[in-house]
Design a protein around this ligand. Structure first.
Ligand SMILES: [Zn+2]
Length: 116
C-alpha cells in the first residue's frame, strides 16, 4: 500500500535541503523576522491560489510554502526553544522566551493558561 505521507515528507525534506543549499541554512534563516517568514509563505500561497491542483505550479508553490513553514519553525526553535506541554490542558503548551529584556512567559496556545 502506498504511503502518501511518507512520500510527501520525503519531498518536503528534499526541498528543505535544496532551500538550505540555496540560501545557506540557519545562518541565513535566523536573520529573518516573524513577518518576513509570513511574507515568504504568503508569496507561494498566493501563487497556489492562481493554479489548479493538476498544474505542477500549484504543487511546487504548496511544497515551497510548507517547507518555508518548517524552516520558520526551526528558526523559532533555535531562537526561542520549543513549547513546554501545558500542565492544565495537555495541549501544545506554553513558551518561555529569554529576550534582552529578560524572560517572557506566554500562556498556552490551546487553553490560554497557565503562565508559570
Ligand atoms: Zn493549555
Amino acid at each position: 500500500m502506498a504511503n502518501e505521507r511518507d512520500d510527501v515528507f520525503e519531498a518536503l525534506w528534499a526541498e528543505r535541503a535544496r532551500q538550505d543549499e540555496q540560501w545557506g541554512g540557519f545562518v541565513h534563516d535566523d536573520y529573518h523576522t516573524g513577518p518576513d517568514w509570513a511574507r515568504f509563505i504568503e508569496r507561494f500561497v498566493n501563487l497556489a491560489y492562481e493554479r489548479e491542483m493538476v498544474e505542477p505550479e500549484w504543487y511546487d508553490a504548496m511544497l515551497k510554502a510548507t517547507v518555508l513553514g518548517v524552516a520558520a519553525l526551526e528558526a523559532h526553535a533555535r531562537t526561542y526553544g520549543l513549547p513546554e506541554p501545558c500542565s492544565q490542558c495537555g495541549g501544545r503548551g506554553t513558551f518561555s522566551y529569554m529576550t534582552s529584556q529578560g524572560r517572557i512567559d506566554v500562556d498556552c496556545i490551546d487553553c490560554d493558561g497557565p503562565t508559570r
